[in-house]
Design a protein around this ligand. Structure first.
Ligand code: ATR
Length: 277
């Protein structure tokens, strides 16, 4: 019997408990996954609690992903480069931090790529916050042909470009310039919250110039189809919502903790049911 959970603030609407608990049950593992509402001022104490209570694994979410790092014993390369942790594994008292967000996105993308290799893709990432940093780091480490970043506040995109440039060619752009050059890209990812319920009529950029057959991902899953995705589809793009990244980041955490590969299909079904889709 192992106790697992997610730590965030607020944590009320997290889909992780139901997703992991159903998987534990289906695989016959007598573990339990809980939601822990941890105020920022209590983070250090909470991590001491993890050690004292022998909690075996945690997901970490907003606002603790960066702050938690100083309380861990080890942080893997990917999480260090991202500069944030979303997964903690308790290995006989040693707390090891990793980050499955970016890899989760990559995994969710692979079924859409078929034989067309990611290494040869030109990618545009919209947004320069925490989610963007995880994704661009993983894409850059994997290797792609071009990785451009656009953001309302261009100085933040500039900083991310500096970060990924040692791995892949990368430039930053104003939102308006990115819109004009959209036909250059094979993959376009929205990492901002623009278009999320209740603001379902907003789009992060005008997608009209997207290339036919391009992949357009939106990390939003509420609604399941954003206006941005709908407009991209109307122009002949292949679209993908945030359910895939959410499920795969969870699946990768699950695998790190248990050594068992969970069912992506069942996890997706659980999440879609919870989302009412
Ligand atoms: P997350 O951790 O989910 O990525 P974040 O770190 O708060 O969230 O980042 C939010 C991203 O969405 C940022 O790129 C932000 O742009 P700014 O850097 O200019 O703030 C972008 N964003 C949020 N609301 C936006 C809006 N209304 N229009 C354009 N971009 C927006």
């Amino acid at each position: 019997m192992g106790i697992y959970g997610v730590m965030g603030y607020p944590i009320g609407h997290s889909m992780s408990p139901i997703m992991h608990n159903r998987e534990f049950e289906a695989l016959g593992l007598s573990n339990h996954y809980a939601a822990f509402n941890v105020q920022p001022s209590q983070l250090k104490t909470a991590i001491e609690g993890v050690r004292a209570l022998h909690i075996k694994g945690l997901n970490v979410t907003i606002p603790h992903k960066v702050a938690v790092m100083e309380y861990l014993d080890e942080i893997d390369d990917e999480a260090q480069l991202i500069g944030a942790v979303n997964t903690i594994k308790n290995e006989d008292g040693r707390l090891i931090g990793s980050n499955t967000d970016g890899q989760g996105y990559l995994r969710s993308l692979l079924p859409l790529l078929k034989q067309r290799e990611l290494n040869r893709k030109k990618i545009l990432v919209i947004g320069a916050g925490g989610a963007s940093r995880a994704i661009v780091t993983s894409l850059a480490r994997h290797g792609v042909e071009q990785l451009d970043i656009t953001n309302r506040t261009v100085s933040k995109a500039d900083k991310l470009v500096e970060h990924v440039k040692r791995f892949v060619p990368s430039t930053s752009a104003e939102l308006s310039d990115a819109e004009k050059n959209l036909s250059n890209y094979d993959i376009i990812v929205n990492t901002t919250s623009v278009g999320m319920s209740p603001h379902i009529n907003e789009v992060p950029i005008n997608i009209d110039n997207v290339k036919e057959g391009a992949i357009v991902s939106d990390l939003i899953y509420n609604p399941l189809t954003t206006k941005f995705m709908q407009k991209a589809r109307d122009k002949g793009a292949i679209t993908d919502n945030g359910v895939g990244m959410f499920v795969y980041q969870g699946a990768l955490s699950f695998e790190k903790w248990t050594g068992i590969e969970p069912s992506i299909e069942r996890m997706t079904e659980t999440v879609l049911k919870k989302l009412g889709g």
